[in-house]
Design a binder for this molecule. Sequence first.
Ligand SMILES: Nc1ncnc2c1ncn2[C@@H]1O[C@H](COP(=O)(O)OP(=O)(O)O)[C@@H](O)[C@H]1O
Ligand SMILES: O=C(CO)[C@@H](O)[C@H](O)COP(=O)(O)O
Length: 551
Amino acid sequence: MAEHAGRRCCLGWDFSTQQVKVVAVDAELNVFYEDSVHFDRDLQEFGTQGGVHVHEDGLTVTSPVLMWVQALDIILEKMKASGFDFSQVLALSGAGQQHGSVYWKAGASQVLASLSPDLLLHEQLQTSCCLDRGSGANSPHHTGPLQPSRTLLRVPPSGISSWDVMPPGDAGKACFSISDCPVWMDSSTTAQCHQLEATVGGAQALSCLTGSRAYERFTGNQIAKLYQQNPEAYSHTERISLVSSFAASLFLGSHSPIDYSDGSGMNLLRIQDKVWSQACLGACAPHLEEKLGLPVPSCSVVGAISSYFVQRYGFPPGCKVVAFTGDNPASLAGMRLEEGDIAVSLGTSDTLFLWLQEPTPTLEGHIFCNPVDPQHYMALLCFKNGSLMREKIRDELASSSWSEFSKALQSTEIGNCGNLGFYFDVMEITPEIIGRHRFSAENHEVSAFPWDVEIRALIEGQFMAKKIHAEGLGYRVMPKTKILATGGASHNRDILQVLADVFGTPVYVIDTANSACVGSAYRAFHVSFSFISMLVLLEYTARIHNEEEIQ
Ligand SMILES: Nc1ncnc2c1ncn2[C@@H]1O[C@H](COP(=O)(O)OP(=O)(O)O)[C@@H](O)[C@H]1O
Ligand SMILES: O=C(CO)[C@@H](O)[C@H](O)COP(=O)(O)O
């Protein structure tokens, strides 16, 4: 599109649970290009639901790494076809769903460094042949996704749940030790969590050290499971990335380091002195530090874009790559929270987070290194039953229509006449509970509500849980507190109205729900162009607090 020509900009990426998203932001802070690839809709050959595969054990949850690579190919080709002027991209950064892990096979760095601009990324980055001994370690129970063309997936012989087969012929060298990466929805590592906490002296000790007690989704415990259940894949792994640093590696053409902020979600990083905990590394797997590399400040330039992107898409050779980070830290950067403000992200997961000056590790919730100010921190609560739970109730009771869903919220009153509901179709993170639980105004547990009462009970219950757990961690809604909402469900004004009613404070939204992308683009400016970007960001801060307010 001609209007994009000659517009100096930064790109912000988000490799999230359900999509890969990108925004282009110019020096006046205008988002002038947004695009996304939705895994379930646009890459159906991978057979994901909500961007993931839930294995037969109901606990193991993975996503195919090649799906993420292919999604990036699609977005870049769409941008190219639309006439996007890549030569104006000064820098880029990005985000990834937190805690997920990618296992690069020995030799992958050579493949990354010598990609042919004549081929797409996914045609050159393939998965390897690793037999999974049927342990459930990263092997979807179903026949598994049909691999992209040129790879034959054969039904494995009995006793082996599944395997990924090297593509035939010259389809590309194996780059990944396993093709199905554990992601944040996984809750199969309870044994590994117990081992880790025992090693360091208990849950509170681990929380003080790494910012969190042991959580099943946290990467250290996932690595421990892989090492224990698929030692062959672990031994063939030259590098372990988070989803964020994996994405940065694609742009760099080499292994990108893990940043402090997303690295705080691994149960491996000492959040005070920002180094790997030797005790935690040793508890998870051998030679782990060399596979992780050294962590870096989130506000680091990790290199220049690789020649692949210069030659294939026309990026300038000097385009800087700024460390990618977790989607929630990136959102915090994008939303520019002020002291006392609370951010609520209504994505696949629901999260509540805020800026902290000092760490206050507890047994619930998480403390991460701050992605903007390395001296500060961020606190976060994560709720697994977020958008996918809302979608299920919408499909069951509102004809799969958000407008029908909204009618229920509009036709029922605040407080729902005393009816309360809590809905956890998958094992919840905060707190650890599963099932649907309904209580009448007389405080009797009931088995059902009328459809409109059920919808309001779901939304009020989700937001009351957030408020109660936040207050339990000492977060207080003060007179000047603003709630800044983001994530896909923040498009829904009726849901945001319930949020404002439950918290009793105004809710603000910015002009895009993709705060992780915008935050990443701002971090690219901020880190790459210091003074100029600080002016940019100061103006942005002024803007965000004049955005739409929902009373
Ligand atoms: N109008 C809407 N009302 C409620 N939820 C919505 C609406 N539009 C999108 N969503 C939800 O947003 C979710 C995606 O949010 P997003 O932040 O993009 O997810 P992620 O970043 O985790 O991939 C979808 O699962 C969908 O249920
Ligand atoms: O586990 C967490 C945070 O600790 C999740 O918030 C993931 O980071 C997934 O993010 P979304 O895809 O839902 O944005």
